[in-house]
Design a protein. Sequence first.
Length: 405
Amino acid sequence: MKTKGSLLVVLAGLVLPLAAEDKAAEKPAEKPAEKKAEAAPENRAQDKFSRETPELMKGWEPALEEARRATVRIMKDGKQVALGCAVHEGGYLVTKWSELHDKKGVAIEGLEAQFPEGLRMPVKIVDSHRSFDLALIKVEARGLRTMKWETSVAVEPGTFLAAGATERLPIASGVVSVLPRSLDGSHKGFLGVNLDSAGEGAIKVVGVTPDTPAAKAGLVLDDVIKSVNGEPVRSVSEFIQTIAANRPYQTIKLTIVRGMEEKEVAAVLGRRPPGAGQLAEDVRNTMGGSVSRNRSGYPGALQHDMFLEPNEVGGPVVDLKGHVVGMNIARSGRIECFAIPSAAIERLVSTAGEGKFFHPELDALMEERKGAEAAAERLKKDIEELSQRIKEAEGDAPKAEEEKK
């Protein structure tokens, strides 16, 4: 079958024309199941000045045209579970892992990928990247249009963005709130103290968590910390950043003042427990609707203020020029969503053609294991030394008794 001026894409043995001038391919097969309710009359004045008016949303159409063709809807029994992005022409796509599994982590069966032209195909989960909450899925297809991740464009706070899907118009628009940053604290050093300022150039220990590196190092209430590894401490926030900049199982030296005495204390940092240093979640975050089940811990994430439902993540984030600058990964609050930057996505899917993610964190984990093994070896030597001293002390006891007689 030939279609003039078209690009032929083979999907599961079917030849599908995807021409720019092919009206059938241009027309979306169906609308999303969930439609946003029409604004009430009293809200229309407010909507007139909203950034999601029909006129402004229509203005995003040219910027989204290319990205939407590489986007799919992940479906289960006719309902959208998530969105996904094609990352390899051999039938590989990437989406949000936790949306394809139930609360117990069991994979949902019977999932399908629905393409912009309406064709649906069964999907198979072939790999996962749990720290980014990503799933690599496969459809039996060839010649997929793949997402073009823009890695050379630097987004800044206030940059206008849109959330793409398979339709011509965006599902939401908004602005960058916070530049990409790590939300993963598991690979940062952890001490286990609560602190307060103790005047200029010092901080005071106001709490020590039991069975933490701080407790094992012998820190106690009212200890004043003056320096870390010889570097003066100027504030609580600076101290926290300094500790977090070290990796678990590294040894740090703290200069402290206890009473009138200045002394040096060595502490072997530990792994940061889940939730350590985080405030309790604000209940107002869920007042605007559902939030994603997995919404934290990402090694790198861009924050924006678009309003997305949990089943609307997994799709591209596009700027006004049509650059795909990331992939939506979670709705974390009332006006807070996270997206994985394109540079990270591009690196992770660089091995997608082999049916697997690239795992750069393996090097960091191997390095951390070396630190843990070194710390264990030091503890082993300490135990052996203490055991010998105990043995010697026990041997001296009868001698002392004999001398008394």
